[in-house]
Design a protein. Structure first.
Length: 118
């Protein structure tokens, strides 16, 4: 796929170029971070987040922190294509307590709370 300003083209073979502006309509329009369900978990939960379509992709990082702000886990740390993702967090090696999960990119950061009960 190539990008020229706001026009996107998919090259299916050397002699055919197809406009695929409609493809980006299926992507999320902005970054989102969902609250985990249920929010007291033991010991595994899933975290859902969305990455929007942007012309230049940026690295996305998703980390978990304890109540003191110490990073206890990095779940994602790479360039992500636009879309909705779900990552599993396993807290079996952590004590019960309150934790925070935070995705970051160049233009987005948000923090939400997790409660680990054992």
């Amino acid at each position: 796929m190539i990008c020229d300003k706001r026009k996107f083209y998919k090259i299916s073979n050397a002699s055919q170029v197809v406009n695929v502006n409609e493809i980006k309509l299926n992507y999320p329009s902005n970054f989102t971070l969902e609250q985990t369900y249920t929010n007291s978990f033991n010991p595994i939960t899933k975290i859902k987040y969305s990455v929007p379509f942007v012309e230049t992709q940026h690295a996305v990082s998703l980390s978990v922190f304890d109540i003191l702000g110490n990073q206890v886990s990095t779940l994602v740390n790479k360039v992500k294509e636009p879309g909705t993702y779900e990552v599993e967090f396993d807290g079996s090696n952590l004590p019960s307590g309150i934790y925070f999960y935070r995705p970051t990119s160049d233009s987005f950061t948000e923090t939400k709370k997790l409660v680990l009960l054992k």
